[in-house]
Each structure stands twice: as C-alpha cells, then as structure tokens.
Write a protein that binds this ligand. Structure first.
Ligand code: RIB
Ligand code: CA
Length: 313
C-alpha cells in the first residue's frame, strides 16, 4: 500500500470517531493534513466538538481541525440523533475538549491544500454528507483534477436505504452535493452500506476492543455498544456496522475489499427516492463508469487490523 496524504471530512458520529482513531494510529500509512467537520449526524457545533474530543482521546491534540458547512446545499439539515444520541458521541463519558479549531473555513482549507500540494497526491476521505467537498468544487473547479482519489462512505444498492427506503444517510442529507462530487471526474471509491453492513461489531469483536484495556479501547467498546441498538432494532443485525472505518482501512489494506468499477448516479429530483445511489452494478446502461463501488470485505482481517491499530493509542 502506498503512503497517503489525506483530509478526513467528517460528521462524528461514533463510527466516524473509530475511523479517525484508526487514521491517527496509522502514521506509517498516512499523514492527516487536516480534519474538516460537516453537519450531518448532529449539527456542526457538535460534530466539531466531537472531532476535538476524539483527537484528544488519541492524545493527538496537535491535529488541525477546520469547521465546515452547517447545512446542505439545497435542503434543511436532517440529523441522526436517533442513531448516535443527542451529542452524536453517546456511549463513553469523555471530557469536554480544549484543543483549538483552526480559523480557516474547512472549504477554504480543502481548496488551499489541493492547490498547494503536488497534483494527484492528496486523498479526500469524506465520512459524512458531501457538502464541504461539493462546495469546494463549486468554488474552485480547478481542484477536481488535482485530487488523487476520493474514498467516501455513502450510498447503497443491494442494501437499499437506512434513512429512507431508498437512500443512505450521507447521500440523503445532501444529494445535490453528492451529484456534484460523483460528476467531478476525480477517481472515486465508494464504501456503501452493501459493504459496511458486513463490518459488524459482534460481541467477541467488542470484547476485543474492551480487552485492550486502554482509554481508547474502552471508549470504542462503549461507543459501539451504544451505536448498535439502532441497527439491532432495525435489521436484527448482530452488532453495530462500522461504516466509516472502512474508508481508512481501505487506504491501509485495499486488498481486504472487493467491488466493481461502475456508473453511480444520484437521485436529486424525486422526493420519494431523494439521495438514492443508482448503481449500475449489472452494467445495463452505457453510462460512464465513475466509481469503484465496494461490495465485500474480509471482516476478520478488518477487525484484526482495527484492534491492532487501536491498541497503539
Ligand atoms: O449511513 C451511515 C453514515 O451516516 C455514516 O457515515 C454515519 O456516521 C452517518 O454519517
Ligand atoms: Ca459519518
């Protein structure tokens, strides 16, 4: 795997938190140029607070955090407290953060970084609604060809929706933003519910986090304990799906994932199917393939990596 320079765009959320921790624990694989926050699971003030909490939990308070957009491009904000709790990071009791937030807006940080770094050397890792990324592309269209890759969590095909019958949350919240991102021409790898619902924190896997017996290991066990109730109730699944950490694990060990290079379009017109990712998995159209759509992972390898890396913090 090649060393990556990344920007994590995130709406923490317990699963975002685990993704950020995995990235912070993997300095031999990636350098985090910055963490940009976006409104999603909870409003922007809480997603920014939560990003700070997670960096301090990992003892990485030098991480640069930039606050971003507080609402989607065209809709009113839809949040997910019913999944993540009132704070967005319910489960563990963690201290209020003291580390700073950068003055620069997240969108300007994304633009400036992509223009400064050599073209094709920065990977964007969106873990929430795509509002910041789309706004940056609208403000500075020249950055599209400078992006090495966009590896995002969002969408669904065989798994269908988790916030409506048709749509996954990140895409549903800001479908216009997703439409801009999927059309921008940068290489895109998508971690949809089709794969993230196979990354379930079963009890033995949760026990492995707790058995690390560190503040990070215990906090992750408590986060995923809290976070699983929604999926257990709705899907009867055997544990919380670790959606966002799939993005970071892909950067570390892409071979644990498999998928297809296909066309993915975003529904933005119909209220009924708003935010649906129309994935041409069977290639029945002649629409241009614009994304690597991941459908499977080696879950044991994923959780072994996660436990090993979290154990470092
Ligand atoms: O649908 C799951 C996605 O929505 C995850 O990124 C979760 O954190 C929420 O943002
Ligand atoms: Ca998220």
């Amino acid at each position: 795997m090649t060393f990556k320079k990344i920007i994590i765009d995130t709406d923490p959320g317990q699963d975002d938190a685990v993704a950020i921790l995995l990235a912070l624990a993997s300095p031999e694989n990636m350098a985090i140029l910055g963490i940009t926050t976006v409104a999603g699971n909870v409003p922007i003030d809480l997603t920014t607070r939560n990003a700070r909490i997670v960096c301090e939990l990992a003892k990485k308070s030098e991480t640069a955090i930039y606050q971003g957009c507080d609402r989607p491009l065209a809709h009113t904000l839809v949040t997910a407290e019913h999944v993540h709790g009132k704070t967005g990071l319910d489960g563990p009791v963690l201290p209020e953060p003291t580390m700073p937030v950068q003055d620069q807006h997240a969108v300007d940080f994304i633009i400036e970084t992509l223009r400064r770094e050599p073209a094709g050397t920065v990977t964007l890792c969106p873990l929430g609604p795509l509002t910041n990324i789309a706004t940056a592309l609208q403000k500075a269209p020249d950055i599209a060809e400078r992006i090495q890759e966009i590896v995002l969590m969002g969408g669904a095909y065989f798994e269908v929706g988790n916030i409506t019958p048709a749509a996954e949350f990140n895409i549903y919240v800001d479908p216009e933003a997703a439409e801009i991102v999927f059309a921008c021409g940068a290489p895109i790898t998508v971690m949809p519910l089709d794969v993230t619902h196979k990354a379930l924190v079963t009890q033995p896997r949760n026990d492995a986090f707790r058995a690390l017996n560190t503040p990070v290991g215990i906090a992750v066990a408590e986060m995923t304990d809290f976070f699983e109730r929604f999926d257990r109730e709705k899907y009867g699944s055997d544990g919380a799906p670790l959606h966002d950490p799939c993005v970071i694990a892909y950067l570390i060990d892409p071979d644990m994932f498999s998928g297809r290079q296909i066309n993915v379009e975003i529904e933005t017109k119909s209220e009924l199917t708003r935010g649906m990712t129309v994935a041409d998995w069977w290639r029945v159209t002649d629409r241009k393939a614009n994304a690597l759509f991941i459908g499977d992972l080696d879950a044991d390898r994923f959780f072994a990596l996660l436990a090993e890396r979290l154990g470092r913090l």
